[in-house]
Design a binder for this molecule. Structure first.
Ligand code: ADP
Length: 202
């Protein structure tokens, strides 16, 4: 039987990765599209040749991977650069995610969770999942969490938030929303667990 495919998304700092971790502990296989993108753009990653051709060798760091700080700066100043990077990465991410999901199904996983930050922006991804779980919180909470987690300035967090789907759009594509704002970590776990039971029973 094909495992349930759950699409998981949320704005930066919403608690999406924390919810994903709970789903893994419950027995889901995780397909983490951010992690796939990092592997594709790490030294000797499959996407590097195309990135160097599209943006020039200066976007490749001394270690041989994508220079993320430079890329972020370029994307802030030139939105078309972000679209060009996505045009290189998205097909590769899709292929890798599909292969990982097939491997998880063959290994007997009860569910596959696709952690996709841009799920709300992508009809393609939404068509590939059976249920969409959105983790949501107030923008002020996103800012304080990401400043603490990444050591970023508030302005940097705000710029990333501005590049992501607005919260109402993200919520509008959800089958379930967990509002992870004033929840304790345990309360977040409990909400994920109850949803897991509900969806697996259905
Ligand atoms: P995302 O993957 O959405 O960017 P994370 O799951 O990494 O977000 O969460 C952002 C930060 O906030 C992390 O440091 C995480 O440990 C913390 N966090 C998330 N949810 C809670 C919560 N309910 N209580 C306390 N800290 C939380």
């Amino acid at each position: 039987m094909r495992p349930l495919h759950i699409g998981l998304t949320g704005g930066i700092g919403s608690g999406k990765s924390t919810a994903a971790q709970t789903l893994v502990e419950l027995g889901a296989a995780l397909v983490d599209t951010d992690a796939i993108a990092r592997r594709l753009t790490a030294p000797r990653g499959v996407a590097l040749h195309a990135i160097a051709q599209a943006f020039g060798p200066e976007l490749v760091s001394d270690q041989g991977g994508l220079d993320r700080d430079r890329m972020r700066a370029l994307a802030f100043s030139d939105p078309s650069a972000l679209r060009r990077l996505e045009a290189i990465l998205h097909p590769l991410i899709g292929d890798t995610a599909r292969a990982e999901a097939m491997g998880a199904a063959q290994a007997g996983a009860a569910a596959v969770v696709f952690d996709v930050p841009l799920l709300a922006e992508s009809a393609h991804w939404r068509g590939r999942v059976d249920r969409v779980l959105v983790v949501d919180c107030e923008e002020a909470t996103q800012i304080s969490r990401v400043m603490a987690r990444n050591g970023w300035a508030e302005e940097t967090v705000l710029r990333v938030i501005a590049q992501q789907a607005p919260r109402p759009l993200r919520r509008s594509i959800a089958d379930a929303v967990i509002f992870n704002d004033s929840l304790s970590r345990q309360a977040l776990r409990d909400e994920v667990l109850s949803l897991w039971r509900h969806w697996r029973a259905a």
